[in-house]
Design a binder for this molecule. Structure first.
Ligand SMILES: C[S@@+](CC[C@H](N)C(=O)[O-])C[C@H]1O[C@@H](n2cnc3c(N)ncnc32)[C@H](O)[C@@H]1O
Length: 487
């Protein structure tokens, strides 16, 4: 972000516009919405400007001189003369003043956003000058979504702030009351201009709030999907917007936190793949502690909370403390990765079941039903299997799986750093080691595009099994085994 959006207080400040034609008029119309003192300086000033009826405007008919900048808080170079605009910009910059040259972003040190005006609610939209058409499109969408009198709601809320504060001492209850007011009947009544109904509802809400005790909060276990922010559900987004506290896992894309309130407390509890299990107890404690403070806690997990997400332990701990818990499903990594590389996980006649298995084991060697997984036609996705790929491969082959069983590895699925690799079971570990895959990755076994009547997408690299090396490795291992178990 090169341009940082801020709102500039212009109340009673001097704003200079240099220029007397159409460009200056456009800026004047915009600035007339503020409570700034406006000055237009130009040798020629159009009648449209003088007829615009802007009471805060002073017009000075003379050529621009540097003295015109005295006292200015903001400067606009809006003449039709590029040479004059350049001079104004240079003089303003030399004094360290914020200056905008209409149609001259390279000479400006601030640029004007597209604005949706529901005063005092104002939405500013910018594309850093890259694509103003996009900004216009966003503006049109927001315009159609925000009722024309939306500002009235904010204005009334501002007027009533003190009363709510005095009537309700508990900050958590106060926040809930504001939410009830701003999202419910009171807001509808204010928008409709029905001040009697609004005042009745306001009194009802603050009486109820004043009588309320500090509430117990709640916990939502939210599956945030595989990473791509657009892949979270609307429900997850709603929870994020209302949460007071975010308890965030390692695999949750930070971009998703943009949906959250800016003042929400954020607690990172990201566990490394082989992190210790005591940390889980700490996480449980944090969830309970924050909810007991009355907070709405959003526990953000990668993918789906119920798929290798240790959601059960967290739910049990939260419920044991008498706190309500809601589970919001997310798109699990296997589904997202399969979709990202166009790989169906079931096929009507050929692949009738699909399993998800873990490649990691917290307690001792990895035990899976290798014989079942090795059966012809089995399809499954291995989570957390990058580090144990060699072991998984060996176990499956030993249980009778065909060495040519198709394998697809998707690393960082749905993210900009996504990589996908197709190979066969015999080469699984070599493919991971040679291509530097470190995870997070999902390994699909028994699925390919050809069986589905599809073509492998170009973005999927093919790892050719290096048979000779694999065979040599096998021979080496057999030799080592023979030495360590003589006889
Ligand atoms: C502890 S598990 C959590 C799984 C998660 N609850 C889910 O439903 O996707 C972590 C594993 O999920 C997989 N994973 C998560 N995000 C991924 C992504 N964007 N691309 C590939 N694999 C991913 C990897 O196998 C990783 O080791």
């Amino acid at each position: 972000m090169r341009y940082f959006p801020i709102f500039f207080d212009l109340d009673g400040r001097d704003v200079l516009i240099v220029g007397g034609g159409e460009k200056a008029l456009q800026k004047l119309r915009l600035l007339a919405k503020t409570t700034a003192r406006l000055k237009i300086v130009a040798a020629d000033v159009s009648e449209d400007i003088t007829a615009a009826g802007v009471t805060t405007l002073t017009v000075e008919r003379h050529a621009f001189t540097e003295a015109d900048l005295d006292g200015a808080a903001l400067v606009f170079a809006a003449s039709d003369d590029p040479e004059l605009d350049a001079r104004v910009a240079a003089a303003a910059r030399a004094r360290g003043l914020p200056v905008n040259v209409v149609d001259g972003p390279s000479q400006s040190n601030f640029i004007m956003p597209a604005i949706v005006d529901r005063d005092p609610v104002v939405v500013a939209i910018g594309t850093e000058g890259a694509a103003p058409i996009l900004a216009r499109e966003i503006k049109a969408k927001i315009e159609s979504w925000l009722p024309i009198h939306f500002g009235r709601v904010a204005q009334r809320a501002q007027e009533l702030r003190r009363r709510v504060h005095d009537a309700i001492a508990d900050p958590v209850v106060r926040r809930r009351t504001w939410e009830a007011l701003l999202q419910g009947v009171w807001r509808t009544a204010v928008l409709a201009g029905d001040s009697e109904a609004a005042s009745r509802e306001f009194d009802r809400q603050i009486t109820a709030g004043g009588a309320q005790e500090h509430p117990v909060g709640s916990v939502a276990l939210i599956g945030c999907g595989p990473g791509e922010p657009d892949l979270i559900t609307l429900k997850a987004q709603q929870h994020l917007q209302s949460a007071d506290v975010l308890v965030v896992d390692r695999l949750v894309n930070p971009a998703i936190l943009e949906y959250a309130r800016r003042d929400a407390i954020r607690i990172d509890v990201g566990k490394e793949p082989e992190g210790n299990s005591a940390l889980q107890e700490d996480i449980n404690r944090i969830l309970v502690r924050e909810a007991l403070k009355g907070h709405r806690v959003a526990r953000l997990k990668g993918g789906d909370a119920f798929v290798f997400g240790r959601a059960a332990e967290e739910m049990a701990a939260v419920r044991a403390a008498g706190i309500s818990v809601e589970v919001v499903p997310g798109i699990t990594a296997a589904h997202a990765c399969a979709a990202s590389v166009g790989l169906p996980v079931t096929l009507r006649t050929k692949v009738r079941q699909f399993a998800v298995v873990t490649g990691a084991s917290a307690d001792g060697p990895l035990e899976l039903d290798w014989a079942a997984l090795a059966q012809p036609g089995q399809a499954f996705a291995i989570y957390m299997g990058v580090r144990t790929a060699q072991h998984v491969r060996d176990k499956l082959l030993a249980a009778g799986a065909a060495p040519q069983t198709p394998v697809v590895i998707v690393e960082n699925g749905t993210l900009a750093t996504e990589r996908a690799l197709a190979t066969e079971l015999s080469a699984l570990a070599g493919a991971i080691a040679d291509s530097g895959i470190r995870g997070p990755a999902v390994i699909f076994v028994g699925l390919d595009w050809t069986s589905a009547g599809l073509l492998r997408p170009d973005k999927v690299e093919v790892y050719e099994p290096q048979r000779e090396r694999e065979i040599a490795n096998e021979a080496g291992k057999r030799g080592a085994a023979a030495t360590s178990h003589p006889g």
